[in-house]
Design a protein around this ligand. Structure first.
Ligand code: ADP
Length: 476
């Protein structure tokens, strides 16, 4: 038996701000296909985690965690959900706050989290062979696992879900946080800063990221966010494994959020659309092509391109709905556009899972022109709801969306190469032309219906990676 402990800052169904939570929630389920692996997950116990879950948690133990001169009490709670055991690290000072990120001391909060995870290992009823940490918030756990060796022979895997967010702090906080020899500064410092993500890249036994294309891209300065030299240094241990989605969870046939469930029938999608149009006050026109965006409103998602051309594009006979929250610049832009074009545009400035599902179910096209995209789950969810993705060819978008080819009839979406607003406009217009050309549109929809992005193959790749690090007894 191989024990794997996931360390992460978010996880569906408990707490989610983005795709990371979907992956941390669904990969342990998928790993069950290998009976030799048992995966458990450890997370912070945020205030935002609903009572529905808290009431199911059992208290496990308490202990003190030292963070430099600070002494903080930690309690560990646990619950089992869908046959997976979860541990929650509770601490009033760091995690009893509104929301989960965005505090001036986020760096300190997740250094604390890393330290607490390492100390928790002595108290858990589970001895990991592999500590598998996700993104910068879990990076310090990897560094400390390698330096302090809390469990004999325990190996580490670190997965980069997004290299842009690194967890940076002034380097002079090092002695303030860690009781480590100064020789360890080198592994945790980058460009004069204490860097949580780089600490993990330096210390992990294996590094993965969430698509083959992104694994290549981040070795280049354009995508590497300053860490490309570090990734080149470690390229022998770096591999890209595509994310999947939980196809039980994202299933239009059973999704309770939808007004009308369907397998692939367009007529049923249109019924959903009409109900949505009524709800949002858009003109009720079932056959009007509907383009949607569902995203965090940040520059990464290509929203500057959208801003440049959207007003021109909506002069066509189309409707457009955006669902998202984030930077005020984008929130204002979309709200203003919706005010000026109430018959064409709806701007839903909120985070709402149920509404997201209704949008995926109602739309014809899902627009995702990201500047960079490690994997992207939204385009996979769109495909699952038989909505055609329109993407920029980067990272996981390039690995999952094949542009429609009129000559061969292949492809499950539309794409463009350069980060250029007029390339986006051209491909939006092209998608509309194909929509109105019945033979081509039907062929494209057949391809969309066949697209499958379950976890099966990727879970197999992770199993193999674990196996390389810690061969299970049957192979010994
Ligand atoms: P990222 O992790 O960079 O945010 P992904 O495409 O990997 O991007 O994952 C985004 C996830 O968050 C998808 O499940 C998407 O449906 C969801 N999501 C994004 N914005 C919203 C929102 N405003 N309301 C509901 N769900 C959202």
């Amino acid at each position: 038996m191989e024990n794997v402990l996931f360390v992460a800052s978010e996880c569906v169904p408990f707490i989610k701000t983005g795709g990371l939570a979907d992956v941390v929630g669904s990969l342990p389920q998928a790993l069950k296909q290998n009976e030799q692996i048992e995966t458990r997950v450890i997370l912070p116990l945020y205030d935002e985690i609903a009572d529905e879950w808290r009431s199911k948690m059992e208290y496990l133990t308490s202990f003190d965690v030292k963070l430099g001169w600070r002494n903080q009490e930690v309690s560990i709670f646990t619950l089992t959900h869908d046959q997976i055991i979860y541990y929650f690290i509770a601490n009033d000072y760091y995690f009893t706050r509104k929301g989960i990120y965005g505090y001036y001391d986020d760096g300190e909060r997740f250094v604390f989290f890393g330290q607490a995870v390492i100390e928790a290992l002595a108290h858990l009823d589970f001895k990991p062979d592999i500590l598998h940490a996700h993104d910068w918030q879990a990076g310090i756990a990897v560094a400390l696992a390698n330096i302090l060796k809390p469990i004999d022979g325990m190996k580490t895997v670190f997965t980069i879900h997004n290299i842009k967010y690194q967890g940076l702090m002034p380097i002079d906080t090092f002695p303030d946080f860690f009781e480590l020899e100064r020789e360890h500064i080198g592994g945790m410092e980058w460009d004069g800063m204490l860097n949580c993500l780089k600490s993990a890249l330096f210390h992990a036994d294996k590094i993965t990221t969430v698509s083959p294309t992104y694994a290549e891209e981040i070795k280049n300065p354009y995508y590497g966010e300053g860490l490309d030299p570090m990734l080149i240094e470690r390229e022998q241990d770096l591999v890209g494994i595509l994310n999947g989605i939980d196809t039980r969870e994202y299933n239009p046939l059973t999704d309770p959020n939808l007004s009308v469930n369907y397998r692939s029938a367009r007529a049923k999608k249109i019924e959903n659309r009409i109900i949505l149009q009524k709800k949002l006050g858009l003109p009720i026109e079932g056959n009007m092509p509907l383009y949607i965006i569902i995203t965090r409103l940040v520059e990464q998602k290509g929203l500057h391109l959208v801003q440049t051309i959207l007003e021109e594009f909506i002069q066509e006979d189309v409707q457009f709905i955006i669902l998202g929250t984030g930077e005020p610049e984008f929130e204002h832009y979309f709200s203003d556009l919706a005010n000026r074009y109430p018959n064409k545009v709806s701007a839903l400035i909120t985070f709402n899972e149920g509404l997201a599902r209704q949008l995926y179910a109602s739309a014809d096209f899902f627009v995702m022109p990201s500047k960079f995209e490690p994997c992207g789950l939204a385009q996979l969810i769109a495909l699952q709801y038989k909505t055609v993705p329109i993407v920029r060819e980067t990272g996981g978008l390039k690995d999952t969306v094949i542009p429609y080819n009129e000559l061969t009839g292949e492809g499950n979406g539309f794409s463009f190469a350069n980060y250029n607003a007029h390339e986006l406009l051209r491909v939006l217009r092209y998608s509309l032309a194909i929509y109105h050309y019945q033979t081509e549109w039907q062929q494209l929809l057949r391809n969309v219906n066949k697209s499958q992005f379950s976890w099966k193959d990727s879970a197999h790749d992770y199993s193999n990676l674990y196996e390389q690090l810690v061969p299970t007894p049957i192979y010994r």
